[in-house]
Write a protein that binds this ligand. Structure first.
Ligand code: SF4
Ligand code: SF4
Length: 156
C-alpha cells in the first residue's frame, strides 16, 4: 500500500462508524440464517420422541405422560435435525446463543396443567372407545359362533 492510499484510508476511517457494537449494552444483532438455539412450543408437543431419536448427541429427553421436554444445551451442536424431524413443527431455531456456564445444565419445559389435564382426558376417552370396540367385536364373534353352531345343529 502506497503512503498516499494508506493516508486516504486512515482519513476515511476517522469518519466511518465502528464495525463493532457495544454489546452487552446494545442488543446483539444476529445475521440472517444464524442457527442460534433450539426452542419449543411445549403445548404442541405430542411426546412422540422423534427429536430424541434424531439427535446425534443425545441432548434431548421427552416424557410424554409428564408433558416434559428437556435439552442439555451444552451438548447441543445446533445441527437442526430435531427441528427437521418434529412432526408437529413445535421445535424451532431462535437467534441468540446459550449463556455460558461452569456446569452442564439441562433446561426443561413442562406443559401447562390445563394442557396435561386435556391430554389425560383424551387418553381416557380413547381407552374407553378402544375397550368398547373390543367388547363389541367379541360380542359379534360370539354371536356368529352361536349362529354357526345352530346351523350345524339343524343339519344333523
Ligand atoms: S439441534 Fe441437533 S444436537 Fe441440538 S438437540 Fe437438535 S438434534 Fe440434538
Ligand atoms: S419430535 Fe416434536 S412432537 Fe415429537 S417429542 Fe419431539 S418436540 Fe415433541
Amino acid at each position: 500500500m502506497s503512503l498516499m492510499s494508506f493516508a486516504s484510508e486512515s482519513l476515511k476511517n476517522l469518519f466511518r462508524k465502528p464495525v463493532t457494537t457495544k454489546y452487552p449494552f446494545e442488543p446483539a444483532v444476529y445475521p440472517e440464517r444464524s442457527r442460534g438455539h433450539i426452542e419449543i412450543t411445549i403445548d404442541d408437543c405430542i411426546g412422540c420422541g422423534m427429536c430424541v431419536r434424531s439427535c446425534p448427541l443425545g441432548a434431548l429427553k421427552v416424557d410424554k405422560i409428564k408433558g416434559l421436554w428437556a435439552i442439555n444445551r451444552f451438548d447441543c451442536i445446533a445441527c437442526g435435525y430435531c427441528v427437521e424431524k418434529c412432526p408437529k413443527k413445535c421445535l424451532f431455531m431462535k437467534p441468540g446463543y446459550q449463556t455460558p456456564d461452569e456446569k452442564k445444565m439441562e433446561e426443561s419445559f413442562v406443559k401447562s396443567p390445563e394442557q396435561l389435564e386435556k391430554e389425560a382426558k383424551q387418553r381416557e376417552e380413547a381407552a374407553a372407545k378402544a375397550a368398547a370396540a373390543k367388547k363389541a367385536a367379541a360380542a359379534k364373534k360370539a354371536e356368529e359362533a352361536a349362529k354357526a353352531a345352530k346351523a350345524e345343529e339343524g343339519k344333523s
